[in-house]
Design a protein around this ligand. Structure first.
Ligand code: FE2
Ligand code: FE2
Length: 192
């Protein structure tokens, strides 16, 4: 059997998360369009839909970034050194996404609380630009990772390395899940 055809559970889980993130990005795109054109009457419903997408980005997607940064990228850099320029680009894209996600959330809050400012279109314009930037960034990021990093991991790691990587990722994901539960328990409301 060719190495490229060997199933790799470690990255298969992350690739499923990519598919889910792309689906959420499409839903977020539709919500942004409605936020722009449906006006004040539907503002509450559209803000609530936008918050559902943000909740996914803040929890599932940010966890995905953490697993990549803590385990996948360092492992790839050590075992396939030619990937280093790619992983460093992906790290900076993660940071860019986090920063703009935070900015978008703040603007969404302003949209509800400062209606006068929202009416002049300035805030709505900034919100749309930041939202669209997040969507394009995510699409490009996932496309870039799939065609470089994930493909190389599937094709170039030995079986023993794939097993070692899978084990490291499992441990990391368990620790992250524990952290989320601890946060949930401490604050007694939804995590993040
Ligand atoms: Fe990533
Ligand atoms: Fe990723």
């Amino acid at each position: 059997m060719l190495k490229a055809n060997v199933p790799l559970q470690a990255v298969a889980g992350l690739e499923e998360e990519h598919a889910k993130a792309l689906q959420m990005a499409e839903e977020f795109y539709s919500t942004l369009t409605r936020l722009r054109y449906e006006g004040k009457a539907a503002l509450g419903k559209n803000v609530s839909d936008a918050r559902k997408a943000l909740a996914f980005f803040q929890s599932d997607l940010i966890c995905h970034f953490e697993v990549e940064e803590s385990i996948l990228f360092p492992y790839a850099e050590t075992h396939i050194p030619k990937l280093e320029p790619f992983t460093s680009l992906f790290r900076s894209e993660h940071e860019d996404f986090r920063k703009n996600l935070f900015a978008f959330q703040a603007m969404l809050g302003d949209l509800l609380s400062d209606k006068k400012h929202a009416q002049d279109g300035l805030l709505q314009g900034k919100l749309q630009n930041t939202g669209l930037y997040l969507i394009y960034l995510l699409r490009n990021h996932i496309q870039g990772e799939s065609t470089s990093l994930y493909r190389a991991i599937r094709q170039e790691l030995r079986q023993s390395e794939k097993k070692e990587l899978a084990l490291k990722m499992k441990t990391c994901q368990r620790e992250l899940a524990g952290r989320v539960l601890l946060h949930y328990d401490r604050h007694r409301h939804a995590p993040f």
